[in-house]
Design a protein around this ligand. Structure first.
Ligand code: SF4
Ligand code: SF4
Length: 90
């Protein structure tokens, strides 16, 4: 039986990633392991440890090769206070 991780913070686009491992090297909490297959994306070994800092995405030289997926509870939609007050008065 395959264990499902509680978090899935990193999505690689395998058609774009060239396996340079720069994302792996920059990650300060070491969630990645190098892929034994050369040219393939690193392995997300510890997804629950991700801080969602975005350093791996910023470090990647290939646009769109790596994407950060924030947990649902962190996807906040900000709304102006003025609009909230207006809505409350309707
Ligand atoms: S977002 Fe930050 S903590 Fe998470 S994998 Fe990327 S570099 Fe590591
Ligand atoms: S830095 Fe970008 S291209 Fe390099 S291994 Fe990571 S996702 Fe792939």
């Amino acid at each position: 039986m395959k264990e499902m991780p509680a978090a899935n913070p990193i999505i690689f686009d395998k058609s774009k990633c060239m396996g340079c491992n720069r994302c792996m090297e920059i990650c300060q909490v070491d969630i990645f392991l190098p892929n034994p297959e050369k040219g393939k994306p690193p392995i997300v070994a510890y997804p629950g440890e991700c801080w969602y800092c975005g350093c791996c995405v910023m470090e990647c030289p290939v646009e769109g090769a790596i994407e950060l997926q924030h947990p649902l509870m962190n996807r906040v939609h900000w709304i102006e206070k003025r609009l909230l007050i207006e809505q409350g008065n309707e």
